[in-house]
Design a protein around this ligand. Structure first.
Ligand code: NAP
Length: 277
């Protein structure tokens, strides 16, 4: 499944909508990025996201906070952005450091600006099937499944991993589309036998080549959200591709979709702010 190609199309569409918003309101959509400290991976992620924004005609405003910022400092910075009418979306990069209450920091994001889908409000809206912003990686996974017209009702979807930003919401979105969902995690017994039943498999573990091709049901759709050192996913692509009907590569699968959904949701937030959607 060509995540890179689909992501390009989504970014192109978002750029066209951003240009239309600028033309009609005189204001470009604006994403605020907040980075606490200078973790090299986080610095790179934020730079990448801001570069993509620039190419799509989305302005970005960067707030860099020192590593020794307190929870109150971060909450204050995010609250100011939540109140700023010129900011349409907020991305608070994490991890933020063990001394910071990340949940408190995320909850300072106004729901209508939560374009990364990290607040309890967004999570609950997704759970209820109400409009709101979804966590970007699970949102990207669903867009891929839709683009390839993967029928979900009645299918057995197995999600390996249950993090709040990835595995858990991915399973909830699949459930919302009438798949029968099984979650696996580090306490799951006989993981192989469950993975072997999957019509749709979502791997979100963070362990290189953790799932072998021998466990892929012939004809299954395999979504590999893992991104591990050495640019490898959680699924052993070579052996899994021999059995899967559709499979995402790493890189070029789920990864680019995450940023595309972030940009799309930023443009949507701006359009809603101006009453254009
Ligand atoms: P995480 O918070 O570390 O969660 C990992 C999940 O895997 C946990 O639910 C954990 O179970 C489960 N797990 C760990 N060992 C297991 C085992 N032996 N058997 C079964 N389950 C096991 O990671 P994450 O943030 O969800 O990320 C997962 C992967 O996705 C990483 O490779 C990450 O880089 C990648 N990722 C990619 C994107 C993207 O844009 N493409 C975005 C986010 C993440 P417990 O809950 O029981 O601990």
């Amino acid at each position: 499944m060509d995540g890179a190609g689909l992501a390009r199309r989504i970014v192109d569409e978002s750029a066209a909508t951003a240009a239309e918003i600028l033309r009609r309101t005189g204001t470009a959509p604006c994403l605020a990025t907040v980075l606490v400290g200078e973790d090299p991976a986080s610095v790179t992620y934020v730079r990448m996201k801001r570069n993509r924004c620039a190419r799509a005609g989305i302005e970005s405003r960067h707030v860099a906070l020192p590593a020794d910022s307190t929870t109150q400092d971060v909450v204050a910075a995010v609250t100011a952005l939540s109140k700023d009418p010129e900011v349409h979306g907020i991305l608070l990069q994490h991890p933020m450091g063990p001394h910071i209450d990340e949940r408190a920091a995320f909850e300072a994001i106004a729901p209508e600006k939560d374009v990364d889908g990290v607040t309890m409000h967004s999570f609950a809206a997704m759970g209820f099937g109400l409009p709101g912003f979804v966590s970007c990686t699970p949102g990207g996974i669903m867009r891929l499944l839709d683009a390839y017209e993967v029928g979900l009702p009645g299918k057995h979807a197995v999600v390996v991993g249950r993090s709040a930003i990835l595995g858990k919401p991915a399973g909830m979105l699949l459930l919302g589309r009438n798949a029968t969902v099984t979650y696996c995690h580090s306490h799951t017994r006989d993981l192989s036998s469950i993975v072997r039943q999957a019509d749709v498999l979502v791997a979100a573990v963070g362990r290189p080549r953790f799932i072998s091709g021998a466990d892929i049901k012939p004809g299954a759709v395999v979504i590999d959200a893992g991104y591990n050192e050495g640019n490898v996913g959680d699924v052993d692509f070579g052996t899994a591709a021999e059995r899967a009907s559709l499979i995402t590569p790493v890189p070029g699968g789920v990864g680019p979709m995450t940023i595309a959904v972030l940009l799309e949701q930023t443009v949507t937030a701006a359009a809603r702010r101006f009453g254009l959607s």
